[in-house]
Design a protein around this ligand. Structure first.
Ligand code: SF4
Length: 82
């Protein structure tokens, strides 16, 4: 699970923007203006038959600032990314 969904910068962050891109998710912003300090990204690669699935998760970040439910408030009613 990506820590970004509970981070106050999620709708401004360049790294989360890249993660959304990898997951082919709609972007919260088209113009991220926040560059986080030392985000750590965990990439899981799974192969299923001939498909390769990659999952990107931010698992640590010096800029993380907790704001519980931030992503969910921005996208009410939508499934929270895992
Ligand atoms: S935890 Fe770091 S990478 Fe994730 S949204 Fe917050 S500042 Fe960006």
């Amino acid at each position: 699970m990506c820590i970004c969904i509970n981070c106050t910068y999620v709708d401004r962050c360049a790294t989360y923007h890249a993660v959304e891109h990898q997951h082919q998710q709609p972007h919260l912003t088209d113009a991220p203006d926040f560059d986080p300090v030392e985000p750590s990204i965990n990439v899981n690669i799974r192969t299923q038959n001939e498909f390769v699935e990659m999952e990107w998760d931010v698992v640590g970040c010096e800029s993380f600032t907790e704001e519980l439910g931030k992503w969910a408030r921005l996208r009410p009613g939508e499934a929270i990314p895992t």
